[in-house]
Design a protein around this ligand. Sequence first.
Ligand SMILES: *Cc1c(COP(=O)(O)O)cnc(C)c1O
Ligand SMILES: *[C@@H]1O[C@H](CO)[C@@H](O)[C@H](O)[C@H]1NC(C)=O
Length: 982
Amino acid sequence: MERARRLANRALLRRLLAAATAESPAAPSRGISTLAKGSRPRAPPRPAPHQYTTGRRPVSASALQPSDTFPRRHNSATPAEQAAMASECGFGTVDALIDATVPAAIRAPEMRFSGRFDAGFTESEMIEHMQRLAAMNRAYKSFIGMGYYNTHVPAVILRNLMENPAWYTQYTPYQAEIAQGRLESLLNYQTMVADLTGLPMSNASLLDEATAAAEAMAIGDVCGVLVQYPGTEGEVLDYAEFVRDAHAHGVKVVMATDLLALTSLRPPGEIGADIAVGSAQRFGVPMGYGGPHAAFLATSQEYKRLMPGRIIGVSVDSSGKPALRMAMQTREQHIRRDKATSNICTAQALLANMAAMYAVYHGPEGLKAIADRVHGLAGTFAHGLKKLGTVTVQELPFFDTVKVKVADANAIAQEACKNEMNLRVVDATTITVAFDETTTLEDVDKLFKVFNGGKPVNFTAESLVSEVSSSIPSSLVRKSPYLTHPIFNMYHTEHELLRYLHKLQSKDLSLCHSMIPLGSCTMKLNATVEMMPVTYPNFANMHPFAPTDQAAGYHEMFDDLGDLLCKITGFDSFSLQPNAGASGEYAGLMVIRAYHRARGDYHRDVCIIPVSAHGTNPASAAMCGMKIVAVGTDSKGNINIEELRKAAEANKDNLAALMVTYPSTHGVYEEGIDEICMIIHENGGQVYMDGANMNAQVGLTSPGFIGADVCHLNLHKTFCIPHGGGGPGMGPIGVKKHLAPFLPSHPVITTGGFPLPEKTDPLGTISAAPWGSALILPISYTYIAMMGSKGLTDASKIAILNANYMTKRLEKHYPVLFRGVNGTVAHEFIIDLRGFKTTAGIEPEDVAKRLMDYGFHAPTMSWPVPGTLMIEPTESESKAELDRFCDALISIREEIAEIESGKADVNNNVLKSAPHPPQLLMSDSWTKPYSREYAAFPAAWLRGAKFWPTTCRVDNVYGDRNLICTLQQGSQVAEEAAAATA
Ligand SMILES: *Cc1c(COP(=O)(O)O)cnc(C)c1O
Ligand SMILES: *[C@@H]1O[C@H](CO)[C@@H](O)[C@H](O)[C@H]1NC(C)=O
């Protein structure tokens, strides 16, 4: 019996062993021939390990490498693909292509980082490291106020918008037909701001409250006055009389205000203010140690053409249906060059969307309830302090901030700190306490004890509530309704909001769908590990003016990031304050100005800018009060050096700076760049390099090495901060040693460059917060840290390789403008569509809209050369994706050829009628001269998964003529909303 079982077992074992050997590739296939080559059949049951005989194959060292290294996930081309692509470009290796492309004179020695940063972190090491940094921060409960408040980010918004790549990887909505979702959300934002401020129009966000205030003052034709309502120390004053007086003297009034307070207070528009500015941060956007947050600027239609930033407006599409788009794009301030009254380009779209969704989720009553609660807690606190009798409470009306006179403000602040609470010390005997959505009755009880010298009090906040009444005088109580549109009144449950978020998101093309090859905008991978720390509570919930010893994790990161950016750019010091590229340009030019002034050169105010420069360059120079001298380019797209020399010499007594982009905005490494820098220096000027094209420099050369004195980086381009549909961004500036003392500081918390020079003489302040939008710095930091020096250098090489590979494929079909001396391009290139206007009546816009039918976002259109497309693939797009995009453009070229040959009608063809949304294709009547099927599925890949544009082509001119930039009652969007509720 026992023996029989042993025999049976042995037989079973033999069968198992036979099955196990059948798994080896040499064994005959067992009816699974449909499996792809290289895939393995499912493993049969295995015998116990000790019964294996090993093959005695040595374990290779490379087999023990971690499985979660990052560079190969970011740099998409495999070594084999790289070799094949280099060879198609006519080069033996990628390095040979790079050598032929980047001029030898500017090739820097190999870039190396110190310590662990050189080899780079694996993904799991990075997460651990960031958790350690986060743990070094102590996110105490903040009562500091000053424009930053704790807020409950609704979890449905946190996960489905803030942490959702379908929202955060979108580009600025220039291509309206594939951006209707975020356009609607931004229209909601504008409506929310307009309703709450009582002014007719708002823009779709600005960088922060302080720059919004500065922008507002720049609008005023007669210099305006700026008042705060409520004030920073809490007081709510009646400005009606004051505004009447100012207007009587022809002076405009700007009011800095708070959206939550405006649910309860008479709004600026009703008081007569001309402009209202503020921050929407407390509407569900974390403080993030200073940003990013959406600021707003609301005003009357009178100023619509001077309004800084972007405005979303209602128009119609070619079928007559209402559709949204960015209004008056040609009005965008930075296109006005030296006539600009603002330089803002990237703003805070993602954060504006978060704030708008917060208002959509809470609705007018929900917001009012939050405001009443905040006001009630502040009132209870003030009442309790009066009861205590040991301190003096300011008697002025307040909304959320209570001002208290005490014997020793610092002692009280320290006692609060012991309880993990931060108060604001205004001066030695004054403290303010600001309440917000997250404050509880228990917090108020704790505060009573703090103000009672740490001794318990014999009442509770709760017991006082019935004795408290509002301090707001009836003349200042808001009576007018707001957020009455259905959109703010129908998505108050989580299911409803989830579906609304998803509905909008599905109308918008993002990096989740396809590459977005925007020249100069560097839309590369925004890796998940890079994004994760952004919502760690210990990064997100820090007040920017919290004592710095509570932010040790942040400061270790700032130090290391500053150091790494210095290595990458060849500079000596970095300021992390500017909140976008344009803000960096302004900061950099102000540094140059401060430097000249420190040397007694007050008269140096001439800034030379090539005509090919980005529009923000002259706009920033104009904002700095500089005189702009333009220089032209030669036929190859390079700066005309002789013209530059003449301009520099003619202005040598007053020359302040040159602003130059490198590689040039034409996508070429100019050979003459070192000569250009020399000419400027010889004539007393400083060289400002626009760092937007750093993706073609990192590890190969650097602004410092080339000879620039200062440069801004767009961390939201080269360093992986996602575009967010038009922001956030970060534009830190790097400088050479002689400029380091002049880097921006901050009046509340002293800052300077990283590393900080011995002597400082700061130019002033550039942003509201000391380290700008600190919350998104972990994205760039982790990118650099995971890539390591080699990964980053490879990224630049592959970005250049990808651009050259695409050029090679497309040059057979489209003329390619501008190349370097060896016939190669840098990291981006321009294809010329101008000829098609005469041969086929086709404009760049027609190609851009037809690309939507192929599931792609158009490249940069008509900049820097009108009538062209500028394509930038970046290193993180795979060869398959590059090929797909080239295939689409080649197929469109064939469609143009059909018009040229007369086979297709010149006015009525797939390009002119593009894009083709479902409602057009599936309408019962179809009168186009081509088939619906071809219109919808011009390429094979579209049949498996197609991204559908949601409107026909949007009419820009109509919208600008009938400017509507808030939700209208009874409008199409409203009707759709009403139909959804019915
Ligand atoms: C993007 C860009 C800017 C402006 O940067 P923002 O962050 O949008 O203000 C400036 N110069 C160039 C060349 C750019 O591509
Ligand atoms: C609380 O203490 C104060 C004096 O400190 C006293 O006047 C008051 O009656 C006490 N109230 C209660 C409810 O015990």
